[in-house]
Design a protein around this ligand. Structure first.
Ligand code: ZN
Length: 201
């Protein structure tokens, strides 16, 4: 056990920072020192931003997104296409799709995917609300933007069954050659999926 180089308050700051994704104990120490050195310009504003976020963050009762308002910014945005709902596993996927900027639709955050191994069953996911939303007359398409993993695809099949009796079109993301990808480097599963889902040029 190495000797402490600072008081318990600073050690606690380092321990908490080390729990952040991408930060190990070493980079947490560097981050803590950086904050301490910039107490006025950075540590103060960051403390305030974290306090405000902690106070105001809510889960959107409509789509399951996190924001500081309910309904969230996306659900309140009238310019978005209300006829399309994009189903994602997690808020991070929603943010990724928004960064891609390929469509301005509404979202639905499941809060996980079905996983027999991890004991995640349908009742653990935000599915009832999805069915209710998909039944609304303005909704014409549900895009399943789930990970191309076994659990992601199992969940996609489950939702497809769930919505089968409704007049909505259920689609999923294409699997295949990534932009800038070389065929020679792709695994067989990806190549086979790309061939099966070929599109007219
Ligand atoms: Zn929302």
């Amino acid at each position: 056990m190495p000797h402490s180089v600072a008081g318990p308050e600073i050690e606690r700051l380092i321990q908490l920072l080390a729990r952040l994704p991408g930060l190990g104990p070493r980079s947490a120490r560097r981050a803590a020192l950086h904050l301490i050195k910039r107490r006025e310009q950075l540590l103060g504003p960051l403390t305030e931003a974290i306090r405000v976020a902690h106070e105001r963050i809510v889960v959107c009762s409509e789509c399951g997104n996190v924001d500081t308002a309910d309904p969230c910014t996306i659900c309140r945005d009238e310019r978005r296409d209300a006829s399309i709902i994009v189903v994602v596993e997690d808020v991070s996927d929603l943010w990724a799709l928004e960064r891609a900027g390929a469509l301005t639709a509404r979202y639905h955050v499941l809060g996980g995917v079905l996983s027999p191994l991890d004991g995640v069953r349908p009742e653990h996911l935000n599915l009832d609300k999805l069915v209710a939303r998909a039944a609304r007359p303005e909704v014409r398409e549900v895009i399943l933007a789930l990970n191309a993993t076994v659990d992601g695809q199992t969940t996609a099949h489950y939702i497809t069954e769930l919505l089968a009796h409704m007049p909505v079109r259920v689609t999923r993301l294409a699997h295949g050659v990534p932009v800038g990808g070389e065929l020679d480097y792709l695994d067989e599963g990806t190549l086979a999926a790309a061939i099966r889902q070929r599109t007219t040029f």
